[in-house]
Design a protein around this ligand. Structure first.
Ligand code: CUO
Length: 685
């Protein structure tokens, strides 16, 4: 994975690959011995098993120095071919050989993607950690200008004495653009890593056995619904209104975005989108891409019509009912669209082509020979404000379907004999029911992704949102026998943009899941305590910003740190709030675990750090670990007579008023490598 733009066969600093002769690309073969003498074998030597070289011709049709877009069907074909090759190797040594063979020949971004998907899904490599993508391809995560500064630092200062390079928060725009107020959130490394990882775990195309996962269409809907709920919470924290929906595909798009990312592999900067651009028909021969805005409209109309009809049509014209249980999953696969769509001819590829049209909006017919913008790659898409407008509209279509379902009755919501009598959160040294947020700085090592000499770590110092860890304390009365319950915890803003209370039908879409876990309820009174860091939606802070003391030396892909990666970053669990204290409602519900529990197959990985973020990422090798609809109990419209959250409550629920108070101070990380930086102080606003 390290330094994906560099040829592997020329040797590394501390590792050399003893590669069979037929693995060398033709252009190197004639000078192979002279190359090897320039890079003498030092340190560890890894012998690569000779295999019959796989046919990866199709995967090489994407050039090595082009940008790779997962949303582009032609690129997808290339990566699918590579994934199939990797998955088909009969043992781990052969898989490794195939990787070595392919790495010199295919597009580096595509290689990282395909090798990661294979590592995650092969039975014999599932235990092998994937290095953090932000270290391997830092150019997709941080300001492009820092690479020149890194070069300077590396060229002059010996490893160990180098100063971290500070990445300012105010980078991609100024506050003249109101959307910029939440740029710190959209451009957060942990958030973008999560999204990259989620799409690795849930690819929408590729071998059937990789795509076909339990409730993957529903999880596509739910995980992205939660992203938007979280984004809206952040927007309200910053005095912005909820995100608009991009529901008219022919309107001018007011949100501009200038990503400031460099692609060293393609030797280009990522294209920007000017404010007030308009989506146009795509016709890019060299990318094998053509689609009309009208296609999007037709697909959208068919989907909506069939939602209201209550059933969709498969390829043989048969009606597939959108049932209470399976409807959302079927729709998720149709709208995304994934390989599991019941009818791609009829429903097309709405979400993916929306990404593409937005990504090529600056050059839809390739007259300027410009590549795609950040919306064209899940690794970078969440940086752009338009991502949320597009997903808000996708979310809206899902809600049209949810609106056709019968609302939950009180009987479906209640847990007989269980009463939640109190819930609070406490921050050590803080006030009860007051979340505390602030800025924090952390470092990421860029050296795995830098292809210049000399080697050794060089760090980027990022400023990100953080909150003080807190403890939930929940009081429950059990009037029956001992039993198990599922605790479901959500948080939502209390007031809307105008400072008024929400209607339940609107507020339900703003609830962000904070945690979900099973507990044992004794007969009588129970007090449940739970730490915020144990959340079922997040991965630990250490997995985003790894403890630099414990990190492996640069150039060594083997790490003792088990990095699973999929999961919301712990440091972004709570929205920023504001200095005055933003009012938020903490919602706690306990449901009967007998109705929630899922019998897992023995392939489920439940005993590792990989099961950290089950709510957003599912369970590796297993079934989604909650039988209820994702987002329950907020996924449906309320029953008749319920207009407010208070009216919605049954006795097994509890709502606590809380406050999120933001303090404009920047806390250094305990993980940081050096207290100084190469530039001045950061301006957090
Ligand atoms: Cu995750 Cu639009 O699906 O990016």
């Amino acid at each position: 994975f390290d330094r994906p733009g560099e040829p592997l066969l020329t040797g590394r600093d501390d590792v050399s690959f003893d590669v069979p002769e037929n693995f060398w690309p033709d252009r190197y073969k004639a000078i192979a011995s002279s190359i090897q003498s320039r890079f003498p074998v030092t340190g560890r030597v890894i012998r690569v098993q000779n295999i019959q070289v796989p046919d990866i011709t199709e995967a090489t049709t994407l050039g090595r120095h082009e940008n790779f877009s997962l949303f582009n069907p032609a690129h997808r074909k290339c990566s699918n071919k590579l994934i199939e090759t990797f998955m088909g190797m009969s043992n781990i040594d052969q898989f490794f050989s195939a990787c070595v063979y392919a790495r010199e020949r295919v597009n580096p971004h595509m290689f990282v993607y395909a090798a990661s998907v294979a590592l995650l899904h092969r039975n014999d490599t599932r235990h092998i950690p994937i290095p953090p993508n932000c270290e391997v391809l830092p150019e997709l995560y941080v300001d492009g200008s820092i690479f020149a500064r890194a070069k300077e630092e590396v060229g002059v200062i010996p490893s160990g004495s180098r100063l971290p390079i500070e990445v300012p928060l105010d980078l991609t725009a100024s506050d003249l653009d109101v959307e910029h107020r939440v740029a710190y959130w959209r451009e957060d490394v942990g958030i973008n890593l999560h999204h990259w990882h989620w799409h690795l775990v849930y690819p929408f195309d590729g071998p059937q056995n990789i795509v076909r996962k339990d409730r993957r269409g529903e999880l596509f809907y739910y995980m992205h619904q939660q992203i938007n709920a979280r984004y809206n919470f952040e927007r309200l924290s910053n005095g912005l209104s909820r995100v608009r929906r991009l529901n008219n595909f022919r309107d001018q798009i007011p949100e501009g975005y200038y990503p400031k990312l460099d692609s060293t592999i393609a030797s280009r900067v990522w294209p920007a989108r000017q404010a007030n651009s308009v989506m146009r028909d795509l016709n890019r021969e060299s990318d094998q891409l053509s689609a009309d805005v009208q296609d999007l409209e037709r697909w959208r109309d068919r989907i909506l019509n069939d939602i209201f009809d209550g059933s969709v049509r498969d390829t043989s014209g048969r009606s597939v009912p959108l049932t209470e249980e399976a409807g959302i999953d079927i729709l998720g696969n149709i709208i995304e669209a994934s390989l599991l769509s019941v009818n791609r001819n009829r429903y097309g590829d709405l979400h993916n082509f929306g990404h593409l049209m937005l990504a090529y909006i600056h050059d839809p017919d390739n007259r300027y020979q410009e590549t795609f913008g950040v919306m064209g790659d899940p690794t970078t898409a969440m940086r752009d404000p338009i991502f949320y407008a597009w997903h808000a509209y996708m979310g809206d279509i899902f809600q049209e379907y949810k609106g056709t379902l019968i609302p939950y009755t009180t009987q479906q919501l209640e847990f007989d004999g269980i009463r939640v009598t109190g819930a609070e959160i406490t921050v050590e040294g803080g006030r009860v029911n007051e979340f505390a947020t602030f800025w924090q700085q952390d470092d990421i090592d860029l050296s795995r992704g830098l292809d210049f000499q000399p080697r050794g770590s060089v760090f980027a110092r990022l400023t990100h949102l953080q909150h003080a860890p807190f403890t939930y304390r929940i009081k429950v009365e059990n009037n029956g026998q001992q039993r198990s319950g599922t605790v479901r915890i959500f948080l939502a803003p209390k007031y809307d943009e105008r400072g008024r209370n929400y209607l339940f039908r609107d507020q339900r879409l703003l609830f962000v899941e904070l945690d979900k876990f099973t507990i044992n309820l004794r007969s009588g009174s129970n007090t449940i305590e739970r730490q915020s860091s144990d959340s079922s939606v997040t991965i630990p802070y250490d997995q985003t910003f790894r403890n630099q003391e414990n990190r492996p030396t640069s150039g060594n892909a083997a790490t003792s740190f088990n990095y699973c990666g999929c999961g919301w970053p712990q440091h972004m669990l709570i929205a920023k709030g504001n200095a005055e204290g933003m009012a938020a409602e903490l919602f706690v519900m306990i449901t009967d675990a007998r109705n929630d529990t899922v019998q897992q197959p023995n392939t489920a990985v439940t005993n590792s750090t990989c099961d950290d973020a089950q709510s957003y990422c599912g369970l590796r090798g297993g079934l989604y670990p909650d039988r209820r609809a994702m987002g329950f109990p907020f996924d449906r419209m309320p029953r008749t007579g319920v207009t407010t959250l208070t009216q919605f409550l049954t006795s097994n629920m509890f709502v606590q008023n809380t406050v999120i108070r933001f303090t404009n101070r920047t806390v250094p990380s305990t993980r940081r490598t050096n207290t100084n930086t190469t530039s001045g102080t950061v301006n957090p606003n």
